[in-house]
Ligand binder design. Structure first.
Ligand code: ZN
Length: 251
């Protein structure tokens, strides 16, 4: 128990916020990966984020680097929903974020790195496919801008990729294990901006409910877990999530 919790007397609830693409659309990032996202609709675009194609074909990698330079993800700023999660955390309520997003906006808004579990990795870093060294996406893109269309690992010369989980790659078992653990332990599980149709995010919502958490779903469209939720919020995330989290912070 942390000092803040001890001083407040009553134990504060552990809150898990699991976010999907919907929390970042107000920041200008489209839902690429969802059931109707670009990656599913356009086979050529899907190749750019499929591990096997990317490793086999330098031209696919060159296109992917160009796309990363031009895409909105690295220029996007957090919005009021990301900021509301940070305010809850700073109020002294223990909060963990599990996110399907690779945009890093929770951390940019002020969530401590160690409290954010990125199920699909991060578009703000690159990883060497040979020696596994990680470095910044921005530095890699500077090398692309300077004329290297497919920059290699500076340590070992291996192929570099975005530190996101591509199609054809498994999730990081350590990240997934921690997500399962906090899901089982939490008192309130809030699923925000996710259709709960893609695993493991979908399964985590069910797991939270199985372990007695209060399940709150904040999503414009119905989800397969709505009948297990204690509370459904259909209003836009930018207004409904801040209100919900203020209510939780007030106890
Ligand atoms: Zn390397």
């Amino acid at each position: 128990m942390s000092g803040g919790e001890a001083m407040s007397g009553a134990r504060r609830p552990l809150v898990v916020v699991m976010s999907g693409a919907g929390i970042s659309t107000d920041s200008g990032i489209p839902d690429y990966r969802g059931p109707n996202g670009l990656w599913r609709r356009d086979p050529e675009a899907e190749k750019l984020v499929t591990y096997e194609f990317s490793m086999a074909d330098p031209e696919i990698r060159r296109r992917a680097w160009r796309m990363r330079r031009e895409g909105p993800a690295l220029r996007a700023r957090p919005n009021v929903a990301h900021e509301a999660v940070v305010r809850l955390e700073r109020s002294g309520t223990p909060v963990r974020v599990i996110t399907q997003n690779v945009d890093g906006l929770h951390q940019l808004a002020g969530m401590p790195e160690r409290k954010v579990l990125e199920l699909h990795g991060s578009a703000r870093s690159v990883r060497c496919t040979r020696c596994k060294a990680r470095s910044g996406m921005e530095e890699a893109l500077e090398r692309v801008a300077a004329g290297d269309p497919d920059p290699a690992c500076e340590a070992c010369g291996g192929i570099l990729k975005s530190a996101t989980v591509m199609f054809g790659e498994g999730l990081d078992p350590a990240v997934l294990g921690e997500a399962v653990a906090v899901t089982k332990a939490c008192d309130i599980f809030i699923a925000v901006g996710t259709s709960l149709q893609v695993h493991p995010a979908a399964a985590l919502a069910g797991l939270a409910a199985d372990h007695g958490a209060r399940l709150v779903i904040v999503n414009a469209e119905p989800t397969p877990y709505d009948d297990r939720a204690q509370e459904l919020l259909r209003e836009p995330i930018g207004t409904s999530l801040p209100k919900l989290l203020e209510r939780i912070a007030a106890g």
